[in-house]
Design a protein around this ligand. Sequence first.
Ligand code: UD1
Length: 422
Amino acid sequence: MDKFIIQKSSLKGEVKISGSKNAALPVMAATLLTDGQCVIKNVPDLSDIRTMVKILECLGKEIKFEENTLIVKKSSKKLNPGFIAPYRLVRTMRASFCCLGPLLAKRKKAKVALPGGCVIGPRPVDLHLKGLSQLGAKVSIENGYCVAGGKDLKGCHLYLGGQFGSSVLATANVLMAATLIEGKTVIEHAACEPEIEMLALFLKSMGADIEGEATPLITVRGQKSLSGTTFEVIPDRIEAATFIAAALATKSSITLTGVNLKHLTAVIDVVKMIGGQVIETNGACRVNVPSKLSPVNITTFSYPGFPTDLQAQFMVALSLASGISLITEKIYPDRFMHVAELNRMGASIQRSGPYAIIEGKEALFGAEVMASDLRASAALVIAGLAALGKTEVLRVYHIDRGYEKIEEKFSKLGAKIKREKQ
Ligand code: UD1
């Protein structure tokens, strides 16, 4: 297991943002809808992507992944049985559950391991199952697997909202399945995230008939078959905003390239309230940060709201603001594992249910801290860059799941960060 050794740093210069992990993963699952060849460009080289490659290989695909381009085609090897996504792979990455919809629609049978709990709180899959059942699938849970059969699938009008609003991957599952299911499917309360919009555009480029992507009402008319395609993944808005949070916490000004600011409106709004500036210049984006940060109140929502995947990183910046901030977590009310670690570094954060009250401090102090999940790990790296002295972030395999070459990118910005074997 690797760890990061980090010293207080000031950042400057330019960083290139990678393709979006959360956009690439559902699109990879969507290749199960066709026997044609799919070429997917701008795919970040991450352990989650490599896990999805292994799952697709189990499901009969032959894959080449070089220089951020994935070429996915039907394997010539005879597969037996070819519809099972095994637990040993699914448990490491929940997004693999979105193979369920495409397998069901294309192969009429799917057996995908249930992903189980996760450190950021309970993560049910009831909406996925409800949506696919309403499309006519026979769904059952057998020995830790979700087994779905699809002899009588038919398009329908369905509502996909849940207790916490829309679901990104449930929308992906139902949307993908509907592209090959006879008749018209209308998904109400669909997720509007840019990653779902991109998935819809990818499916359209395969020949799917979809209207209303990027809105809560998506209409799909099922086709007999879909073809292969070539497509480029959108920039990773979460990675981009993680660097913005690092600029805020270290009170540095940096430039991001390869970023789509249209996907970051809520984040930019918060950055402005904190006192920073985000300026678009010739396809790049300049982030200017003042020496004093203002406290703000942030509530996480589904898109276009402030993303839960940035809550931990912005909490670090607010720990160094001049005053009291409040973060309300509306998507995962238990997503606060990073609070205790940040407090060990001198932050003053009190958690009560879905709320975190953050009293800004003059400084944070280096410590040995433990990464608990992907975004919390990014937050600890940012805290290390902002803190006085030396910070060791242990268990950085979490961060390798979702940030491409993070220490290289930070080093290029002048950060003092190095990776060591633990
Ligand atoms: C996706 C993202 C993840 C992000 C999350 C919320 C990917 C690969 N992952 O995860 O990084 O944190 O969106 O923006 O894109 N829910 C249910 N029942 C369900 C499904 C979800 O109640 O069947 C709840 C969840 O517990 C959560 C909320 O709905 O409270 C949103 O979750 P969801 O959008 O489904 O998250 P994911 O798609 O798994």
